[in-house]
Design a protein around this ligand. Structure first.
Ligand code: UTP
Length: 275
């Protein structure tokens, strides 16, 4: 049973400067809730209760968010505002949160490797909180856990993107498996390919289930695109052994690491609140 969820949250968030100069990108709110809280809620809905968060300098607000604020609680106790803290309080009660710092920002693969001390030798989920996912029924992570139960190997969530946007994503090639129309065994993966070189338009989004051998592979992975240690390069090693399944998830994803995606998410959740 998978119980741990890793949240790499050490990136600089340069696309949101100056907002992210002293505030973690993961704490930017869509309506009244920070991005990382949506991520933790998704993990809880999927049945996970152990949150492992990779932070960096200037990210302490994340730790404070998942902690009791005694002064504030005392101040609003018994008032109409008290229920506003219900959701976060329930998360704090249900989950444990542990943190480790990525001292140098050497890429997502490196951030995941930094999480080894918190994860240990067991399969685990990864959520990139700036990819905000929503679905009316089962959350994306919950869908992926079902796929993991069946295949018992690394699972990555994918989405079809316009071909001209492949340069923003890890892109896969693969073969449909088991008469499904949404599950592929991955045969190739390329990090941020030029549209002319992209094998397909199937892009990896910020949800993964990884088997723990990924840590040994990451230790050996050389810096790739952009001089960063890329999780895509490490996953390719597993894929060569037939050990990576890509799953076209049901639901909607907002790229809240970009201003356009963030505004779209805000409008979407606002309209849903109104409805
Ligand atoms: P991004 O590519 O979105 O980078 O990282 P970023 O620094 O967060 O944002 P921009 O591009 O400068 O605006 C994808 C995810 O990987 C994490 C980020 O926190 C984000 O969740 N990450 C990236 C790390 O934890 N460490 C790294 O060294 C790089």
């Amino acid at each position: 049973m998978i119980q741990k969820c890793l949240f790499p949250a050490a990136g600089y968030g340069t696309r949101f400067l100056p907002a992210t100069k002293a505030t973690p990108k993961e704490m930017l709110p869509v309506l009244t809730k920070p991005l990382i809280q949506y991520g933790v809620e998704e993990a809880v809905e999927a049945g996970l209760n152990t949150m492992a968060i990779i932070t960096g300098r200037g990210k302490r607000a994340i730790e404070d968010h998942f902690d009791i604020s005694y002064e504030l609680e005392h101040q609003i106790k018994g008032s109409s505002k008290e229920p506003l803290l219900d959701e976060i309080r329930s998360l704090i009660n249900q989950c444990t949160f542990s943190y480790t710092r990525q001292v140098e920002m050497k890429g997502l693969g490196h951030a995941i490797l930094t999480g080894e001390t918190l994860i240990g030798n067991e399969p685990f989920a990864v959520i990139l909180a700036d990819d905000l996912c929503t679905n009316g029924h089962d959350s994306v992570l919950k869908q992926m856990l079902e796929v993991y139960e069946k295949y018992q190997c690394s699972i990555i969530a994918i989405e079809e993107v316009p071909k001209e946007e492949t340069y923003k994503y890890g892109v896969i090639a693969g073969n449909l498996v088991d008469n499904t129309n949404d599950t592929y065994r991955v045969t190739d993966m390329v990090e941020k390919p030029d549209p002319k070189e992209a094998p397909t338009n199937m892009a990896i989004i910020g949800r993964y289930i990884l088997t723990p051998d990924i840590f040994d592979i990451l230790r050996e992975t050389k810096p790739g695109k952009g001089g960063e240690i890329q999780i895509t390069d490490a996953l390719l090693e597993q894929a060569k052994k037939g050990k990576v399944i890509a799953y076209k998830f049901h639901g909607q994803r907002f790229d809240c690491g970009s201003v356009d995606g963030f505004v779209e998410a805000t409008n979407y959740f606002y309209n849903r609140m109104e409805a």
